[in-house]
Design a protein around this ligand. Structure first.
Ligand code: SAM
Length: 361
């Protein structure tokens, strides 16, 4: 169901279990969840110089026992599943205190885990008492609504962000500090404000401009700030008035990117089809040219109608490659190369040239 525009780009104060009930079913593209950690901190944690460490001591992080935490988790997971679109995804962030419990509940309730991402903190807090390893990462679980969902994954965008290397599941970001960290009279406004860089990677990887993102534990509104910047819509739910006040001010100051062309990504699914024959029409390949595979083991000659021919087989770039490899199918675009002076060039690169000339990507 489509969500009304008037429902988005707003922060709702209240318990997310009740607030989510007011949203239509199958209506949001992404749910980002940064729930209470259930840190179970009983007394103040001290540094060696006896100053207090800023842990999460707020009431919203207090649960009687694991049973109560699991019960709460099940309730928000069920509520989230109802509002998520069939092809939407959910991200949940947590630490060893809660993430394993949440992961089990997500699987039990038929979410399909796509990845777990390790956020490696480049500036973690030391283990002051020296009794354990320094806790230098958080885990994010990324799930689709079901095994068969056709979820969004901007693979090419991520690869391009990563100097043309496939993006890995270990992400390095500092914890939120410096001018980005919201403070009031020198004190941090929120104990667990997430860094915008981490949220930016999530939003860019699994949403498109105009998509609706729900954050049921909004805190200082990091999701809202990054959504606004990249022209996504957000719905924030937060129980504490004091955080909402700061989140609103923060989001107001964000200027969305105006040039929508700069927000366009080059994902395979969205690309316009270019048949092989177009390379001939554009004079990038001529009838009679010889194509070869990467290792130059196989060769084929190009015909004027866009088919190619070997000694004993004629067909499309795909069927000839499949025939040579004795496979049911093969992607000819990545199989074939054209000789160019002393070098060779992939026909996929030639296709990309036409695509960018025609569609000004
Ligand atoms: C881990 S923090 C989220 C921080 C946030 N991602 C940020 O970058 O600022 C969890 C937030 O959930 C809120 N919260 C806890 N229980 C809630 C509930 N039942 N409904 C709505 N908000 C809740 C807390 O007040 C807290 O701000």
């Amino acid at each position: 169901m489509k969500i009304k525009n008037s429902t988005t780009n707003k922060i709702y104060q209240g318990n997310c279990l009740e607030e989510m009930r007011k949203l239509p079913s199958n209506s949001v593209d992404l749910i980002f969840v940064d729930p209470p950690y259930n840190l179970q901190l009983k007394k103040d944690l001290k540094r060696p110089d006896y100053t207090n460490v800023n842990g999460v001591k707020e009431n919203w992080d207090k649960f009687k026992n694991f049973e109560e935490y699991d019960d709460f988790t099940k309730k928000w997971v069920i509520a989230a599943k109802r509002v998520l679109k069939e092809d939407g995804t959910i991200w949940v962030i947590g630490t060893y205190h809660n993430i394993f419990r949440i992961g089990k509940i997500l699987q039990d309730l038929d979410f399909w885990i796509l990845n777990d991402i390790i956020w490696v903190k480049t500036n973690p807090m030391p283990n002051f008492r020296g009794t354990r390893f320094s806790n230098a990462h958080e885990t994010l679980i990324w799930c689709s609504k079901s095994k068969n969902s056709k979820y969004t994954f901007n693979y090419n965008l991520l690869k391009s962000l990563n100097d043309d290397l496939q993006m890995r599941s270990d992400w390095l970001f500092p914890i939120c500090n410096g001018s980005e960290r919201l403070r009031y009279r020198g004190k941090k406004v929120h104990p667990t404000q997430k860094p915008e860089a981490l949220i930016t990677r999530i939003i860019l990887s699994v949403t498109n401009p105009g998509d609706v993102i729900l954050d049921p534990f909004f805190g200082t509104g990091t999701i809202g700030a990054v959504s606004k910047k990249y022209n996504r819509k957000f719905i924030g739910i937060e129980s504490e008035k004091k955080y909402i006040k700061f989140a609103k001010k923060r989001i107001e100051l964000i200027k969305p990117l105006k040039n929508m062309r700069m927000l366009k990504t080059n994902e395979k699914r969205q690309q316009k089809r270019i048949p092989f024959g177009r390379l001939i029409e554009f004079n990038l390949i001529k009838p009679g040219d010889i194509l070869h595979d990467f290792k130059k083991k196989w060769h084929a000659k190009v015909r004027v109608d866009g088919s190619i021919i070997t000694e004993n087989f004629k067909g499309s770039i795909h069927s000839v490659a499949a025939n040579l490899l004795n496979l049911p199918s093969c992607n000819g675009w990545t199989f074939w190369y054209k000789y160019e002076k002393q070098d060779s060039i992939s026909i996929d690169v030639l296709r990309e040239k036409i695509r960018s000339d025609l569609y000004k990507i």
